[in-house]
Ligand binder design. Structure first.
Ligand code: XIL
Length: 489
């Protein structure tokens, strides 16, 4: 069978026919496998290789607040970013906006209030609109050294853990991550944009770090994504691999990608570079082999939809001493390294999602997607709910959308207020026998099988007339025929 189609999602999964001719560029091989392969660049690095080899572009520095933000959240100096966006459009590349809320390279925004951050978020998203496929809304929110805690410096000093339990998810807590994503989601929805909203961090790649210690930073990121799933569409693992004990490549990289993918978000490796004398990696191999394994880990998870290398050539890398990229040379004259050939070869082998529980497996019916369609415009995430039905005159209505696989499902429920605002809601639904809820986000829950009831949490009870909010839950078994009933308070 030449390819697979992931039913219920527009993410295309293709296992490539080995007899087919191998593609000769990274972008063509990636497109055939159903993912993007991108590069970080600045306008001075836009040599022809960029458009030839890559189908996604991340401004390495030119969309950071330090470059484009004024202290009141306005925009300035957007010329270089415009150049990059235009180049990408001309060369049929996706753009990742990088980044809106970050403690580093914050420039005039350093120390700003949430209100000013929100102003900037709106201005930046609206300037480029749907020309930006993915925005890194929040970058590097978590502390170093595998503590599993948030950073404490600004902008995280804006957050308040009211009951001191170590998270920011409770009634009374405020959270700069949550509030920034809520703002970004509002802007995207108000503008009808296709832009997807991502959270990005480093040292979150494996389930474990050196010595098999749990990767607490990855776990903390997972909790954030699960809790704020309704606002977060995608997760970026920076994937800067080096000899730092928390930055090594581990054999459980794929399993970690998988657990995020299982939440229904796209996963991307956003800033990939691999130290060429990495001695401390669990998978113990040379650079080309390490690249191969990292690319394979993504290819084996259907919802790992893109990889971006953090620069073209070693000499032009932010960490040039690690020689971590795919080309030598510089200044537009580049030579392919062994790592390049390994990545190309691995991409040409295509996906193998036989271990991905969210993939339906090999279809018996005739596949319905042509094998060479490149994923130029990434597709709607699988949990996007159907258009809400016309709201009732008062009270609320609820619709549910499901992402199911054999033995499990994720449900996204959209609660829509009627002609009047509501201050709270509860949704009741009955699961078929054999199905059970294992966890829920953005809602309180009572019951796990049979009739289950969900009610609003502190920050999503108030819904304006005709507006919507979403919550979700995950479960085991098959959740067919769900009919949610909404009651407003
Ligand atoms: C780096 C750039 O590559 C450098 O040119 C700049 O001097 C500093 O920032 N994590 C990120 C990226 O999210 O924005 C950083 O980029 C690398 C680490």
């Amino acid at each position: 069978m030449a390819m697979l189609l992931l039913v219920g999602s527009a993410v295309t999964v293709q296992a490539i026919d080995p007899a087919a001719a191998a593609e000769t560029t990274l972008r063509a091989a990636a497109a055939k496998a159903g993912l993007f392969f991108g590069v970080a660049a600045s306008p001075g690095r836009l040599s022809s290789i960029v458009g030839q080899e890559f189908n996604q572009l991340t401004p390495e520095n030119d969309m950071k607040p330090a470059t484009i933000a004024t202290s009141s959240g306005g925009l300035q100096n957007t010329g270089s970013a415009d150049t990059l966006v235009n180049y990408a459009q001309t060369n049929n590349m996706l753009v990742r906006g990088h980044t809106l809320v970050w403690h580093s390279q914050a420039g005039a925004l350093q120390g700003a209030s949430q209100g000013t951050l929100n102003t900037f978020i709106g201005n930046a998203i609206n300037r480029w609109g749907s020309r930006i496929a993915y925005w890194d809304v929040v970058n590097e929110a978590l502390d170093d050294n595998n503590t599993g805690r948030r950073r404490t410096q600004w902008p995280h000093s804006l957050s308040r853990d009211a009951n001191g339990d170590g998270d920011y998810f409770d009634a009374g807590d405020t959270d700069v991550i949550r509030d920034s994503f809520i703002r970004a989601k509002q802007v995207v929805q108000a503008g009808g944009l296709s832009t997807k909203l991502c959270i990005n961090d480093y040292d979150v790649d494996g389930l474990t770090v050196s010595g098999g210690t749990p990767n607490r930073k990855a776990n903390a990121l997972y909790d954030i994504v699960r809790t704020y799933r309704q606002y977060i569409d995608c997760v970026g693992f920076q994937a800067h691999f080096n000899d730092n004990p928390n930055s090594i490549i581990t054999n459980d990289l794929q399993a970690n990608i998988q657990r995020f993918a299982d939440l229904g978000v796209e996963v991307h490796l956003t800033e990939l570079d691999i130290d060429d004398d990495l001695s401390n990696n669990d998978i113990g191999a040379g650079q080309a082999e390490n690249y191969r394994k990292v690319v394979r880990a993504c290819l084996n998870v259907a919802r790992c939809t893109g990889i971006t290398v953090w620069g073209i050539a070693d000499s032009e890398s932010w960490r040039s001493s690690e020689r971590g990229l795919l080309f030598t040379g510089g200044g537009g004259n580049y030579q392919k390294k062994a790592a390049y050939h390994a990545v190309l070869d691995e991409l040409n082998k295509g996906r193998d999602v036989s271990t991905d529980p969210t993939s339906p497996g090999t279809p018996t019916a005739t596949p319905s997607v042509p094998p060479t369609t490149p994923p130029v415009t990434p597709s709607v995430p699988p949990t996007t709910p159907p258009n809400p039905t016309t709201p009732p005159a008062t009270g609320c209505s609820a619709t549910v959308s499901l992402n199911s696989w054999t033995g499990g499902f994720v449900a996204t429920v959209r609660v829509t207020a009627g002609a009047a605002p509501i201050n709270g809601w509860s949704v009741q639904l009955t699961l078929p026998s054999g199905a059970a809820v294992t966890n829920a986000w953005n809602a309180n829950r009572s019951g796990s099988s049979g009739t289950v009831r969900f009610s609003n949490v502190s920050y999503n009870g108030r819904v304006n007339a005709g507006q919507s909010t979403e919550f979700g839950f995950q479960g085991t078994g098959a959740a067919t025929g769900l009919t949610p009933v909404c009651t407003a308070s």
